[in-house]
Design a binder for this molecule. Structure first.
Ligand SMILES: Cc1cc2nc3c(=O)[nH]c(=O)nc-3n(C[C@H](O)[C@H](O)[C@H](O)COP(=O)(O)OP(=O)(O)OC[C@H]3O[C@@H](n4cnc5c(N)ncnc54)[C@H](O)[C@@H]3O)c2cc1C
Length: 442
């Protein structure tokens, strides 16, 4: 069936033929047609990674098997969402060791982006918890793991679906005693203070994230709210419970008019958010879903950005070039382009995957509504700052990077392309993102 597909940012729609394989054999049969194709999960990547103009998109949602959890290990179909997995795992006292800011991503999407959470500084990214996975390439059906076909295993992590279609994943889960978090919150008047605090004491917390007001300039540039947390043990709460997070309570029914989010309304929102937070609060008990996935409470919140959509610009830079974070925030504050509270996190060391995004240092994610005439030049300038700082942008969020920048940001790109050529010699696996960024082997 032909469908208009678009990423979460709503910016670059295209028409693909969507098919829904229900088994490994179905996926292999699809690939044997030789047609250009790419897999798609829940479409939570922001740009054009899960669509293919004029080609075939394999919706992974038919791969929906969840096996029993044995000693914290589960085998799960690539189309299962973290929400669905948690609905089964949490009541048994198991949690996903890495979760992005939404539960509405599939296991296939989590592998393809090698997603990270608020615990990367201690625990690393999703790939670190994958024991093995079934992968269908245009030429073979394989079991890949850090020990079997390790080169292909690592090349697949963060590769945005370009080495093959993952059909199932054997995943390590982590033990929890409750569905609650113990959260400490602190407010900081400028960027330097929040970054110093994170450098000094993030190690004491499993989870840490700062919300930065990028529209505040001068002495309060980069003022922030830092929330850090750990899982509550059964002794920490009166009535320990393990029921999973519930569905969204609110939804945005239609696309808002594009003028709703402008520099003025965003500034007001940021101001209110900042002021309603206490300067220091310790030990609040918060449901797990509220801490990890606050935006999941509002279905289709992205429609608030209107018809033109928005760009999420997420980048990371190594610790030694941390100044790039303040450079970016200063530029944003000066430009007066509307930008919601940005998300700042610390990353621990990256892993062996050539296209995995995280590297030891800092990451900042900015939500920028499309509309301001200044936005394209501003984003180009951000790219230059990131490249000069030996950093990179996150492909799962990208919809506009220039192809010549990819090898500068991902110095191991050639290594990835060699593996891709080996397993997909005719470049059958491709996407709008892959075409735009020229991610083709050969
Ligand atoms: C509100 C929100 C918060 C987020 N927070 C974070 C965060 O904190 N950290 C983070 O890392 N990311 C975050 N993300 C991004 C998100 O985790 C990734 O983009 C993820 O890949 C989306 O998964 P999906 O199932 O929606 O996949 P899609 O967006 O549909 O696809 C993403 C990629 O996965 C590939 N893919 C899908 N299924 C398969 C498969 N079976 N085999 C091979 N490739 C496949 C697609 O080809 C595509 O390249 C966030 C996104 C949103 C909307």
């Amino acid at each position: 069936m032909s469908e208009v597909l678009v990423g979460w940012g709503g910016r670059t729609p295209s028409v693909s033929t969507v098919r829904v394989p229900r088994s490994e054999e179905d996926v292999a049969r699809e690939l044997s047609t030789g047609e250009a194709m790419i897999a798609r999960g829940l479409g939570r990547s922001y740009g054009d990674a899960a669509q293919l103009s004029g080609g075939v998109v394999l919706a992974n949602r038919g791969l929906s098997h969840i096996g029993p959890i044995v000693d914290g290990v589960v085998t799960v179909g690539a189309g299962v969402s973290l929400d669905e997995l948690l609905a089964i795992a949490l009541p048994q006292g198991w949690f996903v060791p890495v979760t992005p800011g939404t539960r509405q991503v599939t296991i296939g999407g989590a592998v393809a982006a090698d997603v990270h959470g608020k615990n990367h500084h201690l625990d690393g990214s999703f790939a670190n918890y994958v024991r093995s996975m079934r992968l269908i390439t245009p030429e073979a059906t394989l079991l890949v793991s850090p020990h079997e076909e390790p080169e292909l295993f690592w090349a697949t992590m963060g590769a945005m679906g370009l080495t093959g279609v993952v059909t199932s994943v054997e995943l390590n889960l982590s033990r929890v005693e409750t569905n609650q978090m113990i959260v400490d919150t602190d407010r900081f008047d400028d960027l330097a203070s929040v970054m110093n605090e994170m450098r000094l004491r993030d190690v004491n917390y499993q989870y840490s994230v700062a919300w930065v007001d990028c529209m505040s300039a001068g002495k309060t540039m980069g003022r922030s709210i830092l929330t850090r947390a750990r899982h509550a043990s059964a002794n920490d709460v009166k009535h320990p419970r393990l029921d999973p997070p519930g569905p969204a309570r609110l939804s945005i029914p239609v696309r808002a008019p594009s003028f709703v989010l402008n520099a003025w309304s965003v500034r007001v929102f940021n101001e209110l958010w900042y002021r309603r937070t206490p300067r220091h609060e310790e030990g609040s008990i918060v449901p797990l879903g509220t801490f990890f996935h606050p935006l999941d409470g509002v279905r289709d919140w992205n429609l608030l950005y209107g018809r033109r959509g928005f760009v999420q610009y997420q980048f990371c830079v190594p610790e030694e070039n941390a100044d790039a974070i303040s450079e970016v925030i200063e530029l944003l504050a000066r430009s007066k382009v509307a930008s919601f509270l940005a998300v700042l996190k610390r990353f621990g060391p990256g892993n062996r995957a050539p296209l995995s995004f995280p590297l030891a240092g800092w990451t900042l994610a900015l939500d920028l509504p499309v509309g301001s005439a200044k936005l394209p030049d501003l984003l180009d300038e951000l790219d230059r700052i990131v490249i000069t700082a030996n950093g990179r942008v996150y492909l799962a969020k990208d919809s506009r990077l220039r192809p010549e920048y990819v090898s500068l940001m991902y110095p191991r790109l050639e290594e990835f392309l060699r593996v891709k050529s080996r397993v997909d010699p005719h470049g059958q696996l491709t996407s709008d993102l892959a075409r735009r960024l020229q991610l083709v082997g050969g």
